[in-house]
Design a protein around this ligand. Structure first.
Ligand code: NAD
Length: 327
């Protein structure tokens, strides 16, 4: 492909993806399914890799995708809230393993966690008291959702110790709440949400916290900002610590010593995902040891020491049937 042709295609893809991102992140009403977005996104990544001169800092590949809504106070994250790189098959996963082994000489293990299909949130505590909740937003600046997070029972208002800490994780809507919410909206003649993720995002970004309170949202937390301050040195320890602090963490996780073991975990949950009471769209694989993570480092938008394996797309009808079956 000639550079002029590539440039035309790159601009086209950016325009389409920008529109889809707006519908998804701002309106909470995506017009295409995620796998279609992902395919176009990866087409853009491949073109930018083949023609690096076409990469611009405002390209969607160089930024965390969210957009900050007007109407909310803004929160500047002390540490950016990043996205994750994606893997779509076993070969992508093996390439990730090879990359990691080139980037560190330290012995390391992986930890597999479920990729909860919700939206990333942060909860900040001062002297053991909850003081601020925020969305990921564009990764640098998020929306202040303190009052809405306070309505979620799995977010403790006080911690067992008077520490100052920022805990991050995923806010989601359980399948049962999603079906009930859409049924009620349908009866009221209101538009229904496309999926639990969009319903969670729409609910959390309500200016009236009474509305959010009625939506039965929940959270799984999985990250602590500046973990060394709390004497935790691995992702496994973070999850145990966050549990101890009174948050909900996802119990379906596993430390793996090889990428083969990681693949077994993925296959297990690809089968089991429909039996879970919440939606997952993949598995997140992280290097467990922070010393190795630091050596491996980050890109502008995601850690290099982690990857999100995305499950293959399913027929929409199957998903709806499974959701109905599960509740
Ligand atoms: P992502 O969803 O691929 O992965 C990053 C996110 O995973 C994190 O920010 C975090 O919120 C979440 N996550 C869930 N469980 C986690 C765990 N255990 N550990 C760490 N993180 C966890 O990336 P993204 O930037 O949030 O969103 C991009 C994706 O959104 C696209 O791949 C696409 O599927 C979807 N999207 C769809 C449309 C559309 O029109 N359908 C538009 C824009 C984006």
């Amino acid at each position: 492909m000639e550079v002029t042709e590539a440039k035309k295609k790159v601009l086209e893809l950016r325009k389409t993806l920008k529109q889809y991102a707006y519908e998804y992140y701002v309106k909470d009403t995506p017009s295409v399914e995620d796998h279609i977005y992902d395919k176009l996104y990866h087409e853009l990544v491949s073109l930018e890799q083949a023609f690096p001169e076409l990469v611009t800092s405002d390209s969607i590949t160089q930024r965390v995708g969210g957009i900050v809504l007007d109407g909310f106070s803004k929160v500047t994250h002390t540490h950016p809230m990043l996205s994750l790189s994606n893997a779509f098959n076993q070969a992508d996963l093996e390439a990730f393993d090879t990359r990691i082994k080139k980037l560190t000489d330290q012995p390391f293990s992986y930890i597999c966690e479920l990729k909860i299909d919700g939206l990333a949130v942060s909860a900040r505590y001062e002297n053991g008291v909850f003081v601020q909740g925020a969305t990921r937003g564009d990764g640098r600046i998020g929306e202040d959702i303190t009052e809405n997070l306070k309505t979620i029972h799995s977010i403790p208002l006080t911690l067992p110790e008077p520490i100052s800490i920022e805990v991050r994780g995923e806010c989601y809507m359980p399948k049962r709440s999603f079906v009930a919410l859409n049924k009620a909206r349908d009866e009221e003649g209101l538009p229904v949400f496309a999926n639990p993720r969009n319903a969670a995002a729409g609910s959390l970004r309500q200016l009236d916290s009474k509305v959010a309170a009625k939506r039965n949202l929940s959270t799984f937390m999985y990250q602590v900002v500046e973990p060394a301050q709390y004497q935790v040195h691995t992702q496994s320890e973070v999850l145990n610590y966050v549990d101890y602090l009174g948050f909900q963490t996802n119990p379906e996780r596993k430390k793996c010593l090889s990428i083969t073991e990681v693949w077994e975990f993925i296959e297990t949950y690809q089968e089991k995902r429909h039996q879970l009471p919440y939606e997952i769209d993949g598995i997140v694989i992280k290097v467990d040891e922070f010393s190795a993570q630091e050596e491996i480092g980050y890109t502008v938008k995601a850690p290099k020491w982690a990857i999100a394996y995305k499950f293959p797309a399913e027929e929409a009808e199957t998903v709806i049937r499974e959701i109905e079956w599960t509740i």
